[in-house]
Design a binder for this molecule. Structure first.
Ligand code: 5GP
Ligand code: ZN
Length: 111
């Protein structure tokens, strides 16, 4: 089982922000902004490259919940949603995840 599958299964502890039957949101262990949350599907999808017609409902659900999570976190000034896909993007955990970053003026450098 991959690291985030273990977190989704509760085998590795995490600071949960939101959970339902399909997805989990938890705090990044090495935050890069005052608010740094990771949102994952509970089922294993390796990356954005693994999104298909069969599982895109999970991604839609994640994006439906992101604004609610951001509002709950008080990110009224805005926030950034990032997903690193593959080596060039520096993806380190190969289980699809979306970073929510906020709580400060974020860098204007996207890449
Ligand atoms: P990536 O680099 O793949 O886009 O993002 C992986 C993220 O997972 C990193 O921001 C890293 O800090 C976070 N991370 C890695 N291991 C753990 C862990 O065990 N717990 C939590 N909460 N975050 C983790
Ligand atoms: Zn996984």
């Amino acid at each position: 089982m991959c690291l985030f599958c273990k977190i989704a299964a509760g085998e590795i502890p995490s600071t949960k922000v939101y959970e339902d039957d399909q997805i989990l949101a938890f705090r990044d262990i090495a935050p890069m902004a005052p608010t740094h949350i990771l949102v994952i599907p509970k089922t294993h999808i390796p990356s954005v490259d693994g999104i298909t017609a069969e599982n895109s409902n999970l991604v839609a659900h994640i994006f439906e919940m992101i604004p609610k999570i951001a509002a709950e976190e008080g990110l009224t000034g805005g926030y950034r949603v990032v997903s690193n896909c593959g080596a060039d993007a520096g993806q380190t955990v190969h289980h699809l995840h979306f970073h929510i970053l906020g709580g400060k003026q974020l860098s204007t450098e996207m890449a």
